[in-house]
Ligand binder design. Structure first.
Ligand SMILES: NC(=O)c1ccc[n+]([C@@H]2O[C@H](COP(=O)([O-])OP(=O)(O)OC[C@H]3O[C@@H](n4cnc5c(N)ncnc54)[C@H](O)[C@@H]3O)[C@@H](O)[C@H]2O)c1
Length: 491
């Protein structure tokens, strides 16, 4: 054999099954990703056969499915599907029998993947496509021990595979184009957003982009250039708000104003030489410039810059509304200081303190009024804990404090990162009710006050009932105080 001898041709692929005719799939490995795949396949109406050597794999998958199924149901992805149509097997051959497709999601270990793919390959009829979830290995390096590498592909998902649509599909040097096409068709058929790559690149596309940012972020922390929180917020409150609608290319197409990407590159091209990242830039040749400009034009299609701006802005508006709404309704991140209240004395209610969070800030750059209520609510939680009306009490006694009236005064603004300190006062106490007055400070600035009237309610009867002696004793130890602003609106 000489150097000029062409490589062996890739064998013709046998006829792969019709993607629409497949009713059974196999998941080899059922951890975070394999389990996520299995959940997605179930929602797509497949019978799913699982093989995973971990003794508790079935229990783990059950827990994963318990979380994944309602999430998919929220997106109307499970209609008509049977979430019980899965089986777990101790024998790999049994898990593969009768399957129409195999997705391998074993640990990211090259030797393991090589041996496992060869084992699956040996058990599977050669017209069945076998796909690997690998995060970064090429199929060329993974398929070295397989007898039929022509049907081995990478089908790289993103976590969680049951919610994130993207799958990057690419073959190795020995994979037939027909197998890559088939895998791309199959994933498209089951509702995935498929990128069919023509050549193998370590880390594929999305992981390379993620990794570049990740490494720069680690450098910045290591060099003391940014904190972890600053890095996260720089994305979630910055470019991250645009990326769901336009990727980095179209985003910069719009950064060029009416001149689009052409103006952007001509204007900011020289910045590629600036030390704005540790990743060195390619030479911005005329060819590269023209390719990027042409790519943006193709991607934009009939949409003008104005159309794209309108689309982006509509998306950002929707997203900002959503994040505000989620922040208000989701279990709020428990403010860091909640568990370490400042105790003034046994006879006073503990001061509550927290920091104004990014999602509490409105379009004017100030804390929205709803979040003043939230912060006062956290202060009330802390007061309840101090008085013995804590979670244990509520659970065992089926009784709690109910706010029946409140009055807030918004006196001054609070900004992102401001430390908010709430000083609670017990104005008066009855055997079934408590009257509180809260003062919220930023430094020594009084920014808000709230008065609350709360009743002690038996949740089983929905009736107002006296505090038990233990709680009444604690309340009696608290000195009552009446700030001079109290009683202006409620009493
Ligand atoms: N976690 C992610 O965000 C992510 C994203 C995309 C791709 N991936 C890739 O998916 C694959 C699985 O990663 P993961 O995060 O689910 O890992 P994981 O550790 O959560 O799950 C791996 C599973 O494989 C099982 N396993 C162990 N040895 C096995 C073997 N010889 N054969 C079959 N199964 C075996 C384990 O019991 C476990 O259940 C890896 O290749 C990883 O690079 C991970």
């Amino acid at each position: 054999m000489t150097d000029s001898t062409p490589a062996d041709p890739i064998p013709d692929s046998p006829a792969f099954p019709d993607v629409a005719a497949i009713d059974t799939v196999t998941c080899v490995g059922a951890g975070t990703i394999g389990g996520g795949w299995a959940a997605y396949f179930l929602a797509q109406g497949f019978r799913v056969k699982i093989w995973d050597p971990a003794p508790d794999a079935g229990d783990k998958f059950t827990r994963l499915l318990d979380a994944a199924w309602p999430a998919m149901a929220e997106l109307d992805m499970v209609e008509g599907a049977d979430r019980t149509a899965w089986s777990i097997h101790t024998d790999l051959a049994e898990a593969i029998t009768g399957t129409g497709f195999v997705q391998e999601s074993a640990p990211e270990d090259l030797a393991l993947k090589r041996g496992l793919l060869a084992q699956i390959d040996g058990l599977c009829p050669p017209n069945i496509v076998i796909s690997s979830s690998t995060s970064g290995y090429s199929m060329t390096e993974m398929a070295t021990e397989a007898a039929h590498p022509e049907r081995l592909v990478v089908g790289h998902p993103f976590n969680p595979p049951y919610l994130i649509p993207l799958v990057e599909v690419v073959g190795g040097q020995s994979t037939s184009a027909a197998a890559v096409d088939w895998a791309a068709d199959f994933f498209t058929h089951i509702g995935k957003s498929v990128i069919r790559m023509d050549r193998e690149v370590p880390g594929f596309i999305a992981n390379r982009l993620q990794e570049a940012q990740w490494r720069e972020a680690l450098h910045m922390v290591a060099q003391g250039e940014a904190t972890v929180e600053q890095i996260d917020r720089s994305i979630t409150d910055g470019p991250g708000l645009r990326w769901p609608f336009q990727g980095p290319m179209l985003t910069f197409h719009l950064a060029g104003g009416e001149g689009g990407m052409a103006h952007m590159l001509d204007h900011f091209g020289p910045s590629l030489k600036s030390p704005w990242t540790r990743l060195s830039a390619p030479e911005l040749s005329q060819q590269l410039r023209d390719d990027v400009v042409a790519g943006c034009d193709i991607e934009a299609g009939e949409r003008s810059i104005a159309d794209l701006v309108a689309h982006r802005d509509a998306g950002i508006i929707a997203l900002r509304r959503l994040t505000t709404q989620l922040a208000a309704t989701a279990v709020p991140a428990r403010p860091q200081s909640a568990s370490t209240p400042t105790t003034v004395s046994e006879s006073q209610l503990n001061t509550y303190s927290t920091e104004a969070a990014p999602e509490w800030i409105d379009y004017n750059g100030h804390m929205s009024e709803a979040y003043y209520v939230l912060v006062f609510g956290f202060a009330t939680d802390q007061v309840m804990d101090q008085l013995g009306l804590d979670a244990g009490y509520r659970e065992s006694q089926k009784a709690s404090l109910y706010t029946v009236e409140s009055h807030i005064r918004y006196l001054d603004e609070a900004a992102l990162g401001d430390r908010l300190t709430v000083v609670p006062h017990l104005v008066s106490a009855g055997d079934k009710k408590l009257h509180f007055a809260y003062e919220m400070f930023v430094g020594d600035r009084l920014v808000s006050t709230e008065e609350i009237m709360a009743l002690h309610v038996d949740q089983t009867t929905d009736r107002v009932v006296p505090f038990p002696d233990t709680v009444a004793d604690r309340i009696s130890q608290i000195t009552t105080e009446r700030p001079d602003w109290v009683g202006r609106s409620i009493g």
